[in-house]
Write a protein of this length. Sequence first.
Length: 574
Amino acid sequence: MANSPNGGILKDLFARDLPRQAELQAEAETLNALTLTERHLCDLELILNGGFSPIEGFLTEKDYNGVVETNRLADGALLGMPINLDVDQETIDRLSIKPGARITLRDFRDDRNLAIFTVEDVYKPDKVKEANLVFGSDDDTHPGVKYLLSTAKEFYVGGKLEAVNRLEHYDFLDLRFTPSELRAHFNKLGWQKVVAFQTRNPMHRAHRELTVRAARSQQANVLIQPVVGLTKPGDIDHFTRVRVYKALLPRYPNGMAALALLPLAMRMGGPREALWHAIIRKNHGATHFIVGRDHAGPGKNKNGKDHYGPYDAQHLVQQYQEELGIKMVEFQEMIYLPDRDEYQPVNEIPEGTRTLNISGTELRHRLRTGKDIPAWFSYPEVVKVLREQNPLPAQKGFTVFMTGYQNSGKDQIARALQVTLMQGGGRPVSMLLGENVRHELSSELGFTRQDRDVNIGRIAFVASELTKAGAAVIAAPIAPFNAAREQARELIEKSGPFFLVHVATPLEYCEKTDRRGIYAAARKGEIKGFTGVDDPYESPVKPDLTVNLEKQDVRSIVHEIVLLLESRGLLDRL
Ligand SMILES: Nc1ncnc2c1ncn2[C@@H]1O[C@H](COP(=O)(O)OS(=O)(=O)O)[C@@H](OP(=O)(O)O)[C@H]1O
């Protein structure tokens, strides 16, 4: 039997409003509509499906104050985390948001009408107070505080929701369960006791051992319920993590564990968040909830100390577990004992015992460099998923961006480099020569500074997409302006390594060796605004390499570029 929901009744608003769906859909078309952000969407989904029971909407001022100050709604029910719809003054005016108004809430991804919101009140929260009481400080190194103080809008709107349509998802549909679906699933499996495990990270052997120990200690089954909504900025994306969880699942004894994804927007609120997580798991039918070390902790504060004590979350959930009706299963950090080839909680390890550990930083380093990840730490099938997501430099794309005067030799160097890289193989090679781009992508542009910047912006966009897809990209426009080149670097570096090569062949030499007579035409005024003649060229401030065709030949320049790429591991043979 699944656990009873928080407050006794699962507030599944979809089920409740299903008989009126056609009517609500028609009304939603006629109302002013508010387009929700990704964060709002996560909250909305869990309000509508009952994951946040007993609430049926976004908090009114009375409920908000209660939750912020005492973890409780005005009627005394526990919640842990305030759930608010934040808006700015402009939105309030534009949509006439005021008590009694009915507003359609819309999905920004596909403009679907998701819910009708009846406004009860509009209020201005004291966000610094909220930060201090909910997160324990107003230090904005805390991502929850940062979001609250810098991203969340000035006003909150309280009121109830009616469900119009479900949010569409396109990934891992078979693993997404609403609370009602999960409850039915447990009943079908005949699970009496379910211990839920929350995670926003990949799982390794330690996590498997911890969850199995929890199951054993409670004679329960295991629900792995990872967060796939919003987690801490910089976390591994949920696509990779879900592939990891799927790879791990067969490592549990048959029938012991199930996997269900939770579309939650985490706040990284430590103890308060742990209480909220326990409530959410109870609503999903779990009878037990694992709280480990530094649950939902955001890391270091501005003084370099952890925002929360390692077991603060356990202490808070402990206080409420009886009233709440979900049992906390607390765990200390699991540590590997090589001499026994097993994991044990740190507090059960006798002093002097040999232990091994691989920190998160060390794991990332090993993934980046291809160094071994031992079988005592993780399973090969899990490591395989993580390695696919962390290709070695030799498997990744990069961009060599050459800049210089017309006829500086950058096109010849680009062509020779293309042939050299193609001979080496290993990845596709893409060329973005100035003249080709002008012909294919930028034919309507001229040579004003603005047009040149747009042109470089387009090259940067294409180069960044190709780099992301694993190609070696060689771009060779004149690119006379620093700002545009630096913007290109910034964009492309998000996808892979970027090298700025200044082809610093002097203008006189470029002009002297110009067989096409272009400089001559520019000198005569037949071409206006020509770089080096009557338009500026800003030399790069910090190029990765400077070459000069007056002094070097193409072959030696290509060799210098190859050595640069090699020094970053990009040309390693695997
Ligand atoms: N006013 C002016 N200034 C500079 N260059 C000019 C100009 N007018 C035309 N051309 C020809 O356009 C080619 C250079 O374009 P780019 O896209 O590399 O320039 S930029 O990076 O957008 O500044 C380059 O062509 P190719 O020589 O065929 O590469 C120039 O000869």
